[in-house]
Design a protein around this ligand. Sequence first.
Ligand code: SF4
Ligand code: SF4
Length: 223
Amino acid sequence: MDKKKIILGLTENSGNQAIKQKAFQLIGNIRWVGFSTIGINETTPSNRIFDLNLLDDGHLYFGTAVGKPVYDELMKNPNAAVTGTTEDWLMVKLSGEVSRTHSIEIMNKFYAVNPGTKALYAKAPDAFKLFYFAKGHGELLHLYKPNKIIRFRFGFGGIAPPPNRYAINSDCNSCGACAERCTTEAITPGDRYAIDPKHCLECGACYDTCPVNAITKYDGRGA
Ligand code: SF4
Ligand code: SF4
C-alpha cells in the first residue's frame, strides 16, 4: 500500500493545526469556492460561488451585502459549508459556524486585497458586511490515483476533528472479506482488521460485506 503520499507538505504524522493551516491556505489560494447555507425556509439548500480570503490573523473571511438572501440566511442560521478543488483533484471542505466581524482594521485589510469590492460598494459602504469561519470541521482529500486517496481531517475554533466514518470493532473474526472488497486498499489484516481513515474512500463496501457486522458507521456529519 502506498502510504507515502504527501500533500502540501503534510505527512501521516501531521497534527490538527498544521492540517488546518494548509486547508485554509488552499481555500485562500483557490479563492472562488462553492459556499452553501441553509435556505431561509430551513429546508432548501442554498448555494453560490464565494471569494474566501485568508487574512494574516489566520481566519478565512468573506463579505456580502445586507440586502442579499445569503445575508438573511446567515443571520437566521450561521452554519455554512465550503468546497473547492484544484485541477488535479486536491479537494478541500469546511463546515461550521460563521461569525460577523465589526473590525475596521480587518475590513481595511480585506479591501486592500479586494479593491474591486471596495469600489463596488463605494456609494454604500454600510451595505457590505464581513464574516469569517469561527468554528467547525474541515477536510483535505487528494484523489491521486483511480484507487488511491489520502484524507486529512481537522477541527478549528476549538472543535475536535470528526470521528472516522468507518471503524472495525472487536467482533472482527479476521475473515478478510472486507479487505477483498475495499476500493482503496485501506484495510490491513491482523487479529482484528483495521481501516486506515486517511486512505478510506468511505464507499461503505466493507460495511455492507462484513458477515458479522463488525464494522461500525459514524452517522454524524463530518466536514
Ligand atoms: S469482514 Fe468483518 S469479520 Fe471479516 S475481517 Fe472484515 S471486519 Fe473482520
Ligand atoms: S468504506 Fe470503502 S474505502 Fe473505506 S475501508 Fe471500507 S471498503 Fe475501504
